[in-house]
Design a protein around this ligand. Structure first.
Ligand code: MF3
Ligand code: CO
Ligand code: CO
Length: 304
């Protein structure tokens, strides 16, 4: 999610987890919180749940919620697998959109991106130097491209979000590198998810690995709470400091979706108002899963 798209009360705690009031911290970034829940957050049944709702606007998921997010997640992964099986040089990004749209509808679900803040398509397809939010259209996929397909489905009112970057034909060594670093970043981030660790632990481990590999972490877009709505709090930055930020507790559900650049971290948005590209034109890759915090660690609700 784009950092600028989130709004919080000025006197509540800043969602970045700094512990400061929002007005004294990130408020000047003009953030806006998604309040249009698709399914109603269940009423908190314990003090910790109320505390997280009040302080952080984090809505914990209960057993039944998790079951339903997992069903949406299963569909997202089946859709990604279908795209992978059909992806080939010569097809347009619009054709990928059609595959995603039709399979989603056939399975009684809705593509969350369609008409989301004016986004016109049912998936995002981001190629090579495109970081995220590539809008499907008449662009033709070529051999050697790296193609990220990001799918978010709403099934029975619950939302799951995942993406993968695919190779088309033989990847260049650079393409291979950025894609493997991005996938490793996701997996290393996931391994930090357990009750008692913090949001900062996830970002720290991702940033450390990416930079050791001479890659950079995009800061303009972050992971996000998900399940009742497409974009919920907290923000999940893919950079940061060990021990910083909100403490993870069981029932939290959020995405980890590191965008990793082969060159510099800076991005810009194209004139279509959506497609983000690397400023230095370097390759960028991303992997995303929807993750549940459990008592002992984590469970992916969109496993791959
Ligand atoms: N699925 C993306 C994410 O991981 C968000 C896409 S929003 C869109 O958060 F409007 F660009 F589609
Ligand atoms: Co996401
Ligand atoms: Co996504």
């Amino acid at each position: 999610m784009r950092m600028q798209n989130v709004k919080v009360g000025r006197n509540s705690l800043c969602p970045c987890g700094s512990g400061k009031k929002y007005k004294k911290c990130c408020m000047n970034k003009k953030q806006k919180v998604e309040q249009n829940f698709i399914s109603k957050p269940s009423i908190p049944t314990n003090n910790l749940a109320s505390y997280y709702a009040k302080k952080y606007q984090i809505h914990l998921k209960k057993t039944r919620d998790i079951e339903l997010i997992k069903r949406a997640g299963k569909l997202v992964i089946e859709t990604l697998n279908l795209v992978e099986s059909e992806l080939k040089a010569g097809m347009t990004t619009e054709e990928i959109n059609t595959i995603v749209h039709e399979f989603t509808i056939k399975n009684k679900a809705k593509p969350a991106t369609l008409n989301y803040n004016g986004y016109p398509k049912s998936t995002c397809v981001s190629i090579d130097n495109e970081v995220c939010h590539g809008v499907p259209g008449n662009r033709v996929i070529k051999d050697g491209n790296i193609v990220n397909v990001d799918i978010t489905s709403i099934l029975d009112g619950y939302v799951a979000d995942a993406n993968k970057t695919f190779f088309v034909g033989e990847p260049s060594p650079e393409a291979h590198k950025v894609v493997s670093v991005a996938e490793a970043c996701l997996r290393k981030g996931m391994k930090k998810v357990r009750s008692g660790n913090t949001i900062g632990d996830i970002g720290w481990t991702i940033q450390k690995y990416a930079e050791e590999q001479n890659c950079s972490v995009v800061e303009a877009y972050v992971g996000h709470g998900v399940g009742f709505a497409f974009h919920e709090l907290p923000h999940v930055p893919h950079f940061g400091k060990k021990g910083d930020g909100i403490k993870l507790i069981p029932g939290m559900v959020f995405t980890i979706e590191p965008m990793i650049n082969l060159g510099k971290k800076e991005v810009k948005v194209l004139s279509d108002k959506w497609t983000a590209v690397t400023v230095d034109n370097s390759l960028s890759a991303q992997f995303e899963q929807t993750i549940l915090v459990t008592e002992n660690g984590y469970e992916s609700l969109t496993p791959f």
